[in-house]
Design a protein around this ligand. Structure first.
Ligand code: SF4
Length: 173
């Protein structure tokens, strides 16, 4: 299965401070899946290093107050373009980021506080029916999750969708 992955999780130094956030459980998925690295903030036109940014009242602002919402929106659109072109069923994204965060993001105060919410890229991918998981849930993709244990790793997400629909699934193969 093709999985869109936050590039920093694979060890690429694209974070705001020029660092990476290598995540061994994500790298391990390369054994059974095709991992496609992507950094929406770079593809949105921002440089590395860059100011830290957080979502404040629906807009993304840098720590000095610059509105960078257009760059974050462009990065999200480019992520969706790539995921669609390569038929990714799933995205695995870095926690808490205003682009990639899934379920929990920084609260806009630049003090380390957290709130419930999604980054702009995560939200757009979810709105377009990708299964979007935070890196902390990478292990869920490490093996087939199919209830029939079909071992078709590449299709296991699709299997689960078909099972929920009650229609024939890849598991019958
Ligand atoms: S935008 Fe996403 S991929 Fe890029 S550095 Fe931030 S968390 Fe990593």
């Amino acid at each position: 299965m093709n999985i869109l992955v936050s590039a920093c999780l694979l060890g690429l130094a694209c974070r705001y401070d020029g660092s990476a956030k290598e995540y061994p459980a994500v790298l391990a998925l390369a054994e059974n899946h095709t991992l496609i690295p992507f950094c929406p903030e770079i593809y949105g036109g921002l440089s590395t290093p860059r100011e830290p940014c957080e979502i404040i009242h629906g807009c993304v602002r840098s720590q000095s107050g610059v509105d960078v919402t257009p760059q974050f929106e462009k990065g999200a659109q480019e992520a969706l373009r790539l995921a669609t072109a390569l038929q990714c069923k799933c995205a695995l994204l870095q926690d808490r980021s205003p682009s990639c965060g899934v379920g929990i993001i920084h609260d806009g105060t630049f003090t380390g506080g957290l709130v419930q919410g999604d980054g702009l890229t995560a939200r757009l991918l979810m709105e377009n029916n990708l299964r979007v998981l935070p890196a902390t849930r990478a292990a869920e993709l490490a093996q087939c999750q199919c209830p029939s244990n079909c071992r078709h790793h590449g299709d296991c997400i699709a299997c689960r969708e078909h099972h929920r629909d009650g229609t024939p699934s890849y598991c019958q193969r």
